[in-house]
Write a protein that binds this ligand. Structure first.
Ligand SMILES: O=P(O)(O)OC[C@H]1O[C@H](O)[C@H](O)[C@@H](O)[C@@H]1O
Length: 274
């Protein structure tokens, strides 16, 4: 597995694994690490990385016949381009296409592209999928972002009030999020439909603005005590992470030959004093 380091002109940095085009680390300019990475993650070819930003494609979780969360996160992506862009942002563009192995489990011809860009206090990840074949296909997808948090007990997630969600833990559907913000006090695994353009994760020292452009759903996941059963999660790791995922799951996407779809998630750190 190869790693690429990005450094923007203003000092923001990121580390990306070629497997999965997986952002493993992101440090905003003058800031500290913002992505959670399990100390027990194997970093082994073909094994999913526990932390950072896994790209889920073309299947979310076990909602189909493919391996969990699809094959994109365990596949080697091709680096198409990297360098400095407008205003000194550092950019990397990765691509994944069909190959013989993938065609045997998902018989569709496609091109997926992930463009990662960092500048100042922001990280943007833009995913595109194109149907380059001659038959329709459908898929579900997510940017499975693991946000690093100082203490999960002091975190609140704002922007979900009034939305309906599927509670993956209880199996209940159409639950209403009545509270103005969500606090995490145990295993939490929810798919919110009609995700808003912006969520905010509040901690005492900072706010993380989580922008969504084009994804239909938002997933919130923390394994709580169930983390003990996740063999690549270090002890206590669940206290220091919250996944806030930009996703399209509840209504799968469908692309006709020649059609493409794109969406992005942008994270921006704002100090508590601002
Ligand atoms: O352990 P993984 O295959 O990486 O999946 C980790 C988690 O991903 C998502 O957030 C799902 O909603 C969870 O149900 C799942 O447990």
């Amino acid at each position: 597995m190869n790693f690429l380091s990005l450094l923007s002109q203003d000092g923001a940095s990121a580390k990306i694994a070629s497997q999965g085009a997986h952002v493993c680390s992101w440090i905003p300019a003058g800031g500290s690490e913002q992505l959670f990475m399990s100390k027990s993650s194997a970093f082994q070819d073909g094994v999913a990385i526990r932390g950072g930003v896994p790209v889920v494609f073309p299947q979310f979780s076990n909602q189909g016949t493919l391996p969990k969360h699809g094959f994109a996160r365990t596949s080697e992506w091709k680096l198409l381009q990297t360098g400095l862009a407008e205003h000194g942002a550092a950019v990397a563009v990765y691509e994944l296409r069909e190959n013989i192995a993938r065609l045997t489990i998902w018989p569709h011809v496609f091109r997926a592209q992930l463009r990662i860009s960092i500048l100042g206090n922001a990280l943007q990840m833009a995913l595109e999928v194109e149907n380059t074949g001659d038959t329709n296909f459908s898929f579900t997808t997510a940017l499975h972002t693991y946000l690093a948090v100082e203490d999960i007990a002091n975190v609140s997630l704002h922007g979900l009030q009034g939305l309906h969600y599927r509670d993956t833990v209880s199996g209940a559907d159409h639950c209403l999020e009545a509270d103005p913000f969500l606090r995490i006090s145990g295993e939490t695994d929810r798919i919110y439909g009609y995700a808003p353009a912006q969520l905010e994760l509040h901690q005492p020292h900072q706010r993380t603005i989580i922008r969504n452009n084009g994804f239909a759903d938002a997933v919130v996941w923390n394994p709580g005590a169930g983390a003990a059963k996740i063999n690549d999660m270090h002890a206590g790791g669940e206290q220091h992470m919250l996944c806030v995922e930009a996703a399209t799951i509840l209504r799968p996407l469908s692309l006709a030959p020649g059609e493409s779809w794109g969406a992005s998630q942008t994270l921006e750190i704002v100090s508590a004093l601002d």
